[in-house]
Structures are given as structure tokens and as C-alpha cells.
Design a protein around this ligand. Structure first.
Ligand SMILES: Cc1cc2nc3c(=O)[nH]c(=O)nc-3n(C[C@H](O)[C@H](O)[C@H](O)COP(=O)(O)OP(=O)(O)OC[C@H]3O[C@@H](n4cnc5c(N)ncnc54)[C@H](O)[C@@H]3O)c2cc1C
Length: 378
């Protein structure tokens, strides 16, 4: 794959690699243990412009293509995918505005996040896969709406400076009664609730977002009333494909660590990489990393050509994130008992990998999406 990088891509990848290795990696183990990322660590990401890479130049961003952005975030994810996801979530939120909002909303989003973070608030305690059953409401009051409800598992929930929030303007209409809003942090009644204590992905902030009589002007509506569900799903198709690049980063790191360990660890008088069964573990890992990267790159190119990757987003997300479980587990296996120890890096990769089968729509839901599209196209 390296031969396919352009000179500019190679330079950006090297920049991210150098900063991630020297400025972020030394602090990751302590932050993982503490369950939060020190705010000063984000300075490096902001200095590199990671929060602006995907934002089009017309709105003040760097306007890089998806393929190049994905390569940069794969590199960062090798050091810590949760750190990378803190920045990537800005784009999960922004894509809703870019695809369905107004230029004024896009400019406002960029002002709020330069530098800063955004959050995408869809899930609720009783409405995860079944988004249409959400209970948050947005009630019209003159030229304003009043938002009430609690969102669950929100990435960047306590550190965001702007929120994309979904709530029902017509509760009787089910999924067709959901509307999307762009809401500034600090709006009275909007606050972060309980934080999640997670098994992995611990540098990523995950918490409830509570709305108590949050008044927003009607200009905060993204698209039109009742379009929220399709706005979210359109943006999520792109986000599912994009998030998979973090998965490739985790897998590549697992493979690199496993090969290096297998070459230096000796048992029965020789390096364990000389045992065919260990070679099999490593080869299976390499096959899945390479296949995953090819799928991600293909999806990114389709997105760069304007495709909404409805089918491909679900396919790449499911394939890559399922591969992640085997690849990171194999890495632990190659390390033997040391792989299970927090003194070595691979147990964290295995913990971080699990969430990828769950967020951005579980892999069971992705399979139902894929099957529904197949059903309609034959
Ligand atoms: C760390 C983390 C970060 C997150 N970040 C965000 C965020 O930023 N914004 C946001 O809005 N949400 C976020 N989420 C929420 C995430 O998207 C949901 O957890 C996910 O969609 C699943 O919903 P659920 O947890 O309620 O599980 P459920 O929907 O209750 O699912 C439970 C199980 O049932 C299966 N299942 C459910 N329905 C079906 C079906 N029809 N067919 C087959 N199987 C089914 C699921 O696949 C799963 O295995 C995050 C979650 C986590 C853990």
C-alpha cells in the first residue's frame, strides 16, 4: 500500500506519526488507567489541525479528501484510537450539517470547533439500535423550540463546544417525527450527565447529555422538521466507513507488536516466530489488516467521488470491526501470558477493539441493513 501514497499523503502521515509517537504515546498508558485524556494532550491534535482536516476550505477548514484524512487517522489510531476518535467525532457531527444543513450552520460549527470538539447526540437509554423509539422532545414555542430529554453514551459529551441533537417534534410520528438541531454548549439547561466507566477506549469522553427546557431558535433546525432520522442515517453511512480506518490502525499496531515480539521471544531454544502455528496466527492477522485497509481505501475513494456509501459503509464497518476482534486476540495469543498483562501493549488493543462492533450501529444492525439493500436490489 505504501507505494500508492502521494508525496503529500506521505508527508502528512509522517507528521502525524512523529507527533503521535513523541508527544502522545508516552502518556497513553496513564490516561488509559485514569480513564480520561488530559486536556493538554489535545493541544497536539489541534496544532496539527486534526479537528479541521475534513472541513471544506470554504468554511475555513483544511479541505483534505477523505482518503488522506483516513490515512492520517489510521496513523494516529496506532497510538490511541480513542484519542483519534475524539477528533473524528467532530466530523461525525459535521457531516449532518454538510449534507443537510445551511452554509451559515457550517460556518457556525467551524467557529465553535476551531479549536474545540463536537458531539453527535442520537442514542438514548431506551433507544439504541431502535433510534425511532427515542423519547427526547422538541416542542415549538413561537419561533423557538424547547428541548427535553437525556442522551446516552455520547462521545465528547462533556467536552464539546457544539452539539448535534436529535429530538422528536412529532412524537406520534415515530421515526418520521425526529428533527435534528445544532445547539451550542452553554445554552441554559444543556449539561453533561453521568460519565461511563468503560472497559476500553478510555481516552474517549463518553457520558450522558441532559436537556432540561433547552430553548433554541428555529434557525438551529438542521434540514426540516421530521427529517432527523434520514439526516442521521445519511451522515452515519459515511461515518461508519470512516471510523473503520481507526480499526485498521489498531490492527496494524497489533500486527507490528506481535511480529516484533515473536522475533525476540524464545521458547524451545528458538524465536517463537519459527513455529508454524505462530506463523499462521501472524499470517492470518496480516491478511485481515491488508484486506481491511483495501476496503477502507475503496470506500474513501467512493466518498471522495460523492457516493453516500449506504451499502459499502455497512459492509466495510462490519468486515473491518469483526476482523479487529480476531487480529487483536491473536496478538494477545502471540504474547502468551504477557499478552494478558497490562505491562504489555496488546491487551489494551483488544479492549479498545470491542467497541467498534457496537457503536455507529451494531454489527447485527449493519447485517440487517446489508440484507435489506440486497433484498431490494435483486
Ligand atoms: C463508547 C461508546 C460511544 C458511543 N458514542 C455515541 C455517540 O457519540 N453518539 C450516539 O448517539 N451514540 C453513541 N453510542 C451509542 C451506540 O451507538 C449504541 O450503544 C449502539 O447503537 C447500540 O445501542 P444499545 O447499546 O442500546 O444496544 P441495543 O440496541 O439494546 O442492542 C443490544 C443487542 O441487541 C442487538 N439488536 C438490537 N436490535 C436488533 C435487531 N433488530 N436485530 C438484531 N439484533 C439486534 C444488538 O446488535 C446488540 O447486540 C456510543 C456507545 C458507546 C459504548
Amino acid at each position: 500500500m505504501a507505494l500508492m501514497y502521494t508525496e503529500e499523503q506521505r508527508e502528512l502521515i509522517e507528521l502525524v506519526r512523529d507527533v503521535a509517537e513523541s508527544e502522545i504515546k508516552p502518556y497513553v498508558a496513564a490516561a488509559d488507567e485514569a480513564g480520561e485524556c488530559p486536556p493538554e494532550l489535545f493541544k497536539w491534535g489541534f496544532d496539527m489541525g486534526l479537528h479541521m482536516v475534513e472541513i471544506p476550505e470554504e468554511f475555513g477548514g483544511m479541505g483534505l479528501d477523505y482518503e488522506t484524512c483516513a490515512m492520517m487517522f489510521e496513523e494516529l489510531a496506532k497510538v490511541d484510537a480513542a484519542y483519534a476518535d475524539t477528533f473524528v467525532t467532530n466530523f461525525v457531527a459535521f457531516r449532518n450539517i454538510h449534507l443537510s444543513g445551511t452554509p451559515e450552520q457550517a460556518r457556525h460549527f467551524v467557529e465553535a470547533t476551531n479549536p474545540g470538539f463536537a458531539a453527535f447526540c442520537l442514542s438514548e437509554a431506551g433507544a439504541g439500535s431502535d433510534v425511532a423509539s427515542m423519547r427526547s422532545t422538541a416542542t415549538r414555542d413561537g419561533d423557538h423550540y424547547v428541548l427535553n430529554g437525556t442522551k446516552t453514551f455520547i462521545t465528547n459529551g462533556s467536552i464539546a463546544s457544539i452539539y448535534v441533537i436529535f429530538a422528536k417534534t412529532d412524537p406520534a410520528a415515530g421515526g418520521k417525527g425526529i428533527t435534528a438541531f445544532l445547539v451550542d454548549a452553554g445554552t441554559p439547561g444543556l449539561y453533561a450527565g453521568a460519565r461511563e466507566h468503560k472497559m476500553g477506549f478510555r481516552l474517549s469522553d463518553t457520558c450522558e447529555v441532559v436537556m432540561e427546557n433547552v430553548r433554541v431558535h428555529e434557525s438551529a433546525v438542521i434540514g426540516c422538521e421530521g427529517q432527523g432520522m434520514s439526516i442521521a442515517l445519511n451522515a452515519l453511512n459515511l461515518s461508519r466507513a470512516f471510523i473503520s480506518t481507526l480499526g485498521v490502525g489498531i490492527m496494524q499496531r497489533a500486527l507490528d507488536e506481535a511480529v516484533s515480539y515473536a522475533k525476540q521471544r524464545k521458547q524451545f531454544g528458538k524465536p517463537i516466530i519459527e513455529f508454524q502455528l505462530v506463523q499462521g496466527l501472524l499470517a492470518d492477522m496480516a491478511i485481515k489488516v491488508e484486506a481491511s485497509r483495501c476496503l477502507v481505501n475503496n470506500a474513501m475513494r467512493m466518498m471522495d467521488a460523492g457516493d453516500l456509501v449506504r451499502l459499502e459503509g455497512a459492509i466495510v464497518k462490519t468486515f473491518v470491526t469483526d476482523c479487529m476482534q480476531e487480529v487483536t486476540s491473536n496478538a494477545v495469543q502471540v504474547f502468551g501470558g504477557y499478552g494478558y498483562s497490562k505491562d504489555y501493549p496488546v491487551e489494551k488493543l483488544m479492549r479498545d477493539a470491542k467497541i467498534f462492533q457496537i457503536f455507529e450501529g451494531t454489527n447485527q444492525i449493519q447485517r440487517t441493513v446489508i440484507a435489506k439493500i440486497l433484498d431490494k436490489s435483486y
